[in-house]
Ligand binder design. Sequence first.
Ligand SMILES: Cc1ncc(COP(=O)(O)O)c(C=O)c1O
Ligand SMILES: [Zn+2]
Length: 429
Amino acid sequence: MAVQTVATTPVTPVDLGPAAALSCRECGERFELGPIFACSSCFGPLEVAYDLPAEDPEALRARIEAGPENIWRYAPLLPVPADVAGKPNLNPGFTKLVKADNLARELGVTGGLFVKDDSGNPTHSFKDRVVAIAVEAARAFGFTTLSCSSTGNLAGAVGAAAARAGFRSCVFIPHDLEQGKVVMAAVYGGELVGIEGNYDDVNRFCSELIGDPLGEGWGFVNVNLRPYYGEGSKTLAYEICEQLGWRLPDQIVIPIASGSQLTKIDKGLQELIKLGLVEDRPYKIFGAQAEGCSPVSAAFKAGHDVVRPVKPDTIAKSLAIGNPADGPYVLDIARRTGGAVEDVTDAEIVDSIKLLARTEGIFAETAGGVTVGVTRKLLEAGLLDPALTTVVLNTGDGLKTLDAVAPTSGPTATIRPSLDAFRDAGLAH
Ligand SMILES: Cc1ncc(COP(=O)(O)O)c(C=O)c1O
Ligand SMILES: [Zn+2]
């Protein structure tokens, strides 16, 4: 097969906790755990298959609740060794699930509206979750360099995790990202390479690098370690349910770039049901894109099963993947659960960032503006039910995308330091 990348120093046996094998999402063929990501029979994507704990749900819940306040409380459900919490890593997760009553009032939601605020992670995006799992796989397979193709947040998360865990890092981004993302990716001291092109060009370049001796011994978290990396997003599903009192939400609104996060949140919810940790009842998954990069939303609305690639042009650069690898799976999940995929304009993204900030004191990056904007649009269209429990993801921090709101967010007035000047400015209430 063309896609296998072998680590320099294979370590056997691989201890990734309950992870038993990799299995093909398309044909179900199983493979030994390793740094591979595509099925050698049908080229379908591989995902982690588990021997999940056959444990009384009450006991498992208690074990999880007694764990650390980060993603490692869910180690029994993740491809990580049992002693993971003691290893050097950034310990992301267990971010706030904010009951957003002010926003709910503004949007007319009566069934309970929550914002899962993942800007609270160590490098201020949900990417710390996926990278933490990929780091454990990289350790197990003997890689010494961590790499990725990134729309910005992932590059920062890899740089930071590599610094902490003692890996070399070399990450690749489109050359024209926001300053906040570039600085965050560079400050941890690894190599950062800007590629003259968009994310899809960066990703193509990384796929070439992986098949070349130049990339030998490199763990690309979202390419050859992708099956493990993706599992990190399941922790969002686990946390949301645990924070709701071990209850499934009725509706979740999730941003889409490659679509990995959305598909793995669904996988996480399914696992919780299977393990008896939550009641088995329906939930709906909604995907959110920016209009300037909305290939999945377009396919959903057209009733297509395939996603036609687009050239991205949006301020939501973290979501600017024109050829999303998991697009078809997102379509399946949205349709199977009775959800939808919708998109919003750049102007609506900016408005929505400000709406969330004004109502809840949460400053979201553009991806959060996308989910809040799509939530509003889906409520107006009657596709989201205002009487049901709804969770909206904010996956990143507004400080990294200041440009989006800077032109319309400045001082109310600039005055001389005198009471008269303040009175004259008309701001005294
Ligand atoms: C802030 C933020 N939210 C959401 C996503 C979507 O991730 P995925 O590629 O898993 O769909 C990204 C991806 O870069 C991101 O940076
Ligand atoms: Zn296959």
